[in-house]
Design a protein around this ligand. Sequence first.
Ligand code: DQA
Length: 142
Amino acid sequence: MKILIINGPNLNLLGTREPGIYGNRSMENCLDTLRSRYPETGIEYFQSNHEGEIIDRLHATGFNDGYLGIVLNAGAYTHTSLAIADAISAISLPVIEVHISNVHSREEIRHRSMISGVCRGVIAGFGLDSYRLAIEALLPQK
Ligand code: DQA
């Protein structure tokens, strides 16, 4: 089975972007670690800085029962995008909302999520390990 990880805007800069908040590991490094930890699971990755491309990818994968679910870090669109929330509602796969930082300990504008209510659950604040925790949440329980 497969899992799709989607990263939204500015997350292509992980490793160099605000390392005090997001750390200094790149997403490629995180993906290498995840793929060697979960060799049986096909971990696909998509990143876009464009809201519509994120929605298109949710639609393209969201009805495919070859996937366990989608791990989504929508970046700043988390706080603004009713369109991404509607796309998550429209698809059949479960979506886990992920944040690297603890958005609740940051500026008030980051406390509100447009997508939490339509996601299976939310993981925030564990650095890049948040992605592993979201994968664990999608894998069948042993
Ligand atoms: C983020 C938190 C968002 O508030 C921010 O806009 C991001 C990254 C995180 O992973 O901590 O781009 O989603």
